[in-house]
Design a protein around this ligand. Structure first.
Ligand SMILES: C[S@@+](CC[C@H](N)C(=O)[O-])C[C@H]1O[C@@H](n2cnc3c(N)ncnc32)[C@H](O)[C@@H]1O
Length: 335
């Protein structure tokens, strides 16, 4: 017999329930390519940002660096390799992840199922919010209705009216116009992000994700499935990742309500370029003077080009919010 659920319940079970896609330890890198997998130069850029946060905080004795939705922990491993020894000695690296701790992860990286209560330092959430389960609402001739889904097949049908809070979120952030228009109700992501910002005593929280802004939301939504490196229909049966783009502009306001004192919402391309990842080719004469150096620079340029490609990872949104300190100058210059 068919069981009909809201998308939020179906995603929760399919991704994080018993035997769910992430809970059972599927490794993100085997199914899709994030900036973390594209190049260790992403971690190097974050190491630069971390050093800026450290300076802004007056080089405290203990500096937290927290990776939320850490996947296999590669970002922290690469980041620890790229910070100066003096800073590395004061760092407390924490991976927050529902999946089991990977074998071989350096012991000094803590592996927690939930974020630490208090944080002083840098929090990074790369492609976490797009996996926070949410509901889908469709405009019908009778008004907005939650979409119900049948987990085995992905079949859909209209369900109940959204709650008053959901309707308020939709009105503010993703108004529906015509019958058939669909919206992904981002209030659980706003709440998830706000709870991260609220844990910061002093420091910077950064969310990086596929994003859209008010006025530019896709009319039919963005629910997508990923399996083995390919996009697949988003069937919430636990066999694939199920994701939807993030309304980072709404998360920004939620973060401000949770205590952020300075914010930047921009693209990954702008941030990484400001951090020195240009993607430009090395000069040809370097090939004659220093063939190895030329090859290394060429390789780095290729990786930077992928990380900053406006049609790909470079088009991702970067939401950076500071608490108890200013945005680092490199980000403030982009605000
Ligand atoms: C798309 S993957 C991104 C992995 C990694 N950040 C990267 O960029 O390669 C999302 C990860 O977030 C984790 N995740 C989702 N919700 C979580 C939660 N509430 N607590 C901890 N981890 C969570 C999932 O298990 C998954 O590994």
């Amino acid at each position: 017999m068919a069981v009909w659920e809201t998308w939020r319940d179906a995603m929760e079970r399919a991704l994080y329930g018993d035997g769910g896609f992430y809970r059972r330890g599927e490794r993100p890198g085997e199914h899709f390519r994030t900036s973390v997998h594209a190049s260790p130069r992403f971690a190097a850029a974050l190491a630069t940002l971390l050093a800026d946060v450290d300076a802004a905080l007056g080089r405290p004795d203990r500096l937290d660096v927290v990776d939320i939705g850490a996947g296999s922990g590669e970002l922290l491993v690469n980041l620890l390799d790229r910070v100066p020894a003096e800073l590395a000695g004061r760092l407390v690296p924490v991976a927050v992840e529902v999946a089991p701790r990977p074998a071989g992860l350096p012991e000094r990286i803590a592996w927690l199922p939930a974020p630490p209560e208090r944080v002083t330092g840098l929090v990074v959430a790369n492609e976490w919010l797009d996996n926070v389960p949410l509901d889908v609402v469709e405009q019908t001739p009778d008004g907005p209705r939650k979409v119900l889904v049948e987990a085995r097949t992905g079949a859909e049908r209209a369900g109940p009216e959204p709650s008053a809070d959901e309707l308020e979120w939709l009105e503010r952030w993703w108004p529906l116009r015509e019958p058939g228009d669909r919206a992904e109700v981002g209030d659980p992501r706003c709440a998830a992000w706000a709870s991260v910002v609220a844990r910061l005593d002093r420091g910077l929280a950064v969310a990086v994700d596929y994003a859209h802004r008010a006025g530019e939301r896709p009319v039919y939504g963005t629910l997508t499935g990923y399996r083995d490196g390919a996009t697949v229909p988003p069937v919430p049966d636990g066999s694939c990742d199920v994701t939807a783009h993030v309304a980072l502009d709404a998360c920004q306001v939620a973060g401000e309500r949770a205590g952020a004192t300075a914010s930047l919402l921009t693209t990954q391309r702008d941030v990484l370029r400001a951090l020195g990842l240009s993607g430009s080719r090395p000069p040809l004469d370097l090939a004659h003077r220093d063939p190895r150096g030329y090859l290394a620079a060429l390789c780095a340029a290729g990786e930077d080009a992928e990380l900053t490609d406006p049609g790909g990872l470079g088009g991702f949104g970067w939401l950076a919010q500071a608490v108890g300190t200013e945005l680092p100058p490199v980000l403030a210059a982009l605000a």
